[in-house]
Design a protein around this ligand. Structure first.
Ligand SMILES: Cc1cc2nc3c(=O)[nH]c(=O)nc-3n(C[C@H](O)[C@H](O)[C@H](O)COP(=O)(O)OP(=O)(O)OC[C@H]3O[C@@H](n4cnc5c(N)ncnc54)[C@H](O)[C@@H]3O)c2cc1C
Length: 433
């Protein structure tokens, strides 16, 4: 049995701790704030509750596998439901696309409504990622990768100079389709000219497996994992920041924290590695992707009836998420802003004829900087700076023996599926006690 210390109690740290405890290790998780969950938490005020970060996930199989491999199946603890309508895109020319998930036929019809023939162009684009998905899944996402010995197809993919910006311009003459296919990466803070083309595979994942949520808020997943750690007897230390790692003869010996040194045979870094000086030098060529401007709103009265997520394209790009919990007759929205936001975000929203300013009873603004300070790093993970980024990031192994990396900074993108997979890879490499 190894003494494992997990640094960080966001989804990545929680998932790694639950899996490693189930494998029989003696696990301690240290978290700098008073509560667990990181971005996967609720923000509450006056009867309203908003997801601080994620409101839905792709690849529900990742969550199902996590619960199965750490104890009871997810169905016993949490309701995961598919979103019929994943997102509504409103374009600057006044047209709208209502995009369903998990259905090729549904997406074909939705794009055909946007313009005759666009449906086939879209499904052809998505289908072109079928092989990419298999190569990534089998060689990279579900297998601990060794950058020095990659299967040939995977190496060709990861080393390709092709970027998403060019790929989308080539595949779509209609600019709106480029916006839809690139939306996820812009929303996560990337410049499409620096995002590898293979990441377009996310459109394939969304079409094939759909988007899923938890009624009552995605952060309920964080609560369920907290309970799972208790069942698995993980020692949880909150209000305890990890400052560095003690490394002896190239091997980790302890995690240095505010409450003293925690001796460790194995350490899982589930935070931005820049925060731990012993790892920082290995990631100095990477940069964090920055969260959007976030405003949580408690609304009263007659507000527009929108789907779960509406993206208003333009500069700034504004996203409205409507699924928060609110008292009867009220609504809880979260608004994200990206780009040139030189005025109040609700004024910018009103320019799109969604004016909720008279209805606001509660308002929480979270700047990108506040979020990074709140979570001790960016939950958006590593900024794409071209194809090299994939090799400049840590995870699942690191150059320090006994230290592994999970979480958004150890994955090819922010998002619960990748973060969950990163924890599964760490558990695979560490193995049973
Ligand atoms: C506004 C927003 C919306 C999002 N929407 C979605 C979505 O709809 N779907 C989706 O899939 N993903 C979404 N994401 C991304 C998703 O939230 C993240 O990818 C995921 O939650 C990251 O988990 P993590 O554990 O890597 O990091 P975090 O959630 O950042 O957790 C890190 C934890 O480590 C702690 N910590 C930091 N430093 C230390 C230290 N030195 N010592 C001890 N503890 C430390 C922090 O306090 C924190 O609890 C969104 C993110 C944001 C910000």
């Amino acid at each position: 049995m190894a003494r494992v210390v997990v640094v960080g109690g966001g989804f990545g740290g929680l998932a790694a701790a639950a899996r490693l405890a189930k494998l029989g290790h003696d696990v301690t998780l240290t978290e700098r704030s008073a509560t667990l969950g990181g971005a996967l938490s609720f923000e509450t005020d006056d009867g309203y509750a908003w997801d601080a970060g994620p409101t839905h996930t792709l690849l529900p199989a990742v969550i199902r596998d996590l619960f199965r491999k750490s104890g009871r199946p997810v169905e016993r603890e949490l309701e995961l439901v598919p979103l019929e309508l994943v997102r509504e895109h409103r374009f600057e020319d006044g047209t709208t696309l209502r995009l369903p998930g998990g259905t090729r036929a549904g997406q074909l019809a939705a794009f055909d409504q946007l313009g005759p023939g666009l449906g086939q162009t879209w499904v052809d684009h998505v289908a072109s990622y079928t092989d990419t998905w298999e190569v990534l899944r089998t060689g990279y996402l579900e297998q601990p990768w060794d950058p020095a010995h990659l299967p040939r197809a995977l190496a060709a993919l990861l080393d390709s100079r092709a970027v998403l910006h060019k790929r989308l311009r080539k595949d779509f003459r209609d600019e709106r389709m480029q916006l839809v296919a690139g939306h996820r990466f812009v929303a996560e803070g990337h410049d499409l000219r620096n995002v590898p083309a293979w990441l377009g595979v996310m459109s394939y994942v969304e079409q094939r497996f759909g988007a899923w949520t938890v009624p009552g808020g995605m952060a309920a997943l964080g609560d369920a994992l907290r309970a799972r750690l208790e069942t698995r007897r993980v020692t949880v230390l909150t209000d305890n920041t990890a400052r560095d790692l003690a490394v002896r003869q190239g091997r980790v010996a302890a995690v240095m924290t505010d409450a003293g040194d925690l001796p460790a045979d194995v350490v899982v870094c589930a935070v931005d590695p820049r925060r731990l000086p012993a790892l920082a030098a290995y990631v100095e060529r990477t940069m964090p992707a920055i969260p959007p401007v976030v405003t949580h709103l408690g609304l009263e009265g007659d507000v527009p009836d929108l789907g779960p997520e509406v993206v208003l394209h333009g500069d700034p790009m504004i996203t409205v998420r409507t699924g928060g919990q609110a008292p009867d007759g009220c609504a809880a929205w979260t608004v994200h802003g990206r780009g040139r936001l030189a005025e109040d975000i609700l004024r910018a929203l009103a320019r799109h004829r969604i004016d909720v300013r008279p209805h606001v009873v509660v308002r929480h603004d979270r700047s990108p900087r506040q979020q990074v300070e709140q979570w001790g790093g960016s939950p958006m993970g590593v900024l794409w700076q071209g194809r090299a980024t994939v090799r400049q990031r840590l995870g699942p192994t690191t150059p320090v023996q006994g230290v592994y990396a999970a979480g958004a900074h150890a994955t090819p993108g922010a998002g619960l599926p990748f973060v969950g997979l990163s924890a599964a890879l760490v558990a695979q490499v560490v193995g049973p006690a």
